[in-house]
Design a protein around this ligand. Structure first.
Ligand code: ADP
Ligand code: MG
Length: 236
């Protein structure tokens, strides 16, 4: 039976049993593809941080997440790993176009996430792109047709929805709202509402924030479905 199992389930996506957060000592304890594990290892990410340990299993299983943890706690990998795994499992390739969207408050933060994604996602046959207004709308639009993971700022993304002919997010599987408190603090509440209106309802959404303000809760209500709440507090 084991031999048969091994044949039906190639080792790269063999599902591991559910694992409790306290038992996750290393990324290798999680049901993550070899490609991602190698990408993590090559960048010296071996042990998950608290927010990663508490949230990754839910993210990998496709749940919506409302995650709160302070700046510097490691929220980036808590959403980038589920993105890579979801697209890998669904065998996405660049020609399929946009399947994951990360919305960041600023160009700088978008670039930081993009940089980490390029590093840990290096072994995947997936394409990653930044949409923050660094080039003309037309050039960006052309590239987006072959970009699987788009990391963007809210204003620029909405501009594409409004001005780029044939731009859709029909194939979107996973949406990430990163640093949601900051996005809202910068005055993007209406922009976010308009973007969420334009996205397919059937999707996974991960919302991460350093603080839980009323406006974050409003955005969560609008964008998440039966979310798992993950909140990590400072230890001392
Ligand atoms: P946040 O988004 O919560 O502010 P980041 O995702 O930017 O935090 O991570 C903060 C810092 O911690 C970064 O320098 C990152 O490289 C590092 N880091 C994140 N996760 C890990 C990990 N599992 N092991 C080691 N360093 C990590
Ligand atoms: Mg962050």
């Amino acid at each position: 039976i084991e031999a048969l199992n091994a044949r039906l389930w190639p080792s790269f996506d063999q599902p591991k049993e559910d694992i409790a957060p306290a038992d996750i000592k290393a990324f290798t304890d999680l049901p993550i593809s070899k490609k991602t594990l190698e990408g993590l290892k090559a960048n010296n990410f071996t042990k998950p941080t608290d927010i990663q340990r508490e949230s990754l299993m839910f993210g990998l299983k496709g749940h919506d997440i409302l995650g709160a943890a302070k700046t510097g706690s490691g929220k980036t990998l808590a959403f980038l790993i589920p993105i890579l795994e979801t697209l890998f499992k669904q065998r996405f390739t660049p020609s399929f176009g946009m399947a994951a969207l990360v919305i960041s408050p600023t160009r700088e933060l978008a670039y930081q996430s993009f940089d980490v994604l390029k590093k840990i996602g290096k072994l995947h046959e997936l394409s990653f792109g930044l949409v923050t207004g660094g080039m003309s709308l037309k050039e960006e639009a052309k590239k987006m047709n072959s970009t699987n993971v788009v990391i963007c700022t809210p204003g620029r993304l909405l501009q594409h929805f409004e001005q780029t002919p044939n731009f859709t997010a029909d194939e979107l599987k996973i949406l990430v709202l990163d640093e949601a408190d900051k996005i809202l603090h910068m005055g993007f509440a209406n922009t976010m509402n308009a973007i969420i209106e334009a996205l397919p309802r059937q999707r996974q959404t991960l919302l991460f924030s350093a603080t839980q303000t009323k406006s974050v809760k409003d955005l969560a209500r609008l964008s998440l479905k039966k979310p798992i709440y993950v909140s990590v507090h400072e230890k001392a």
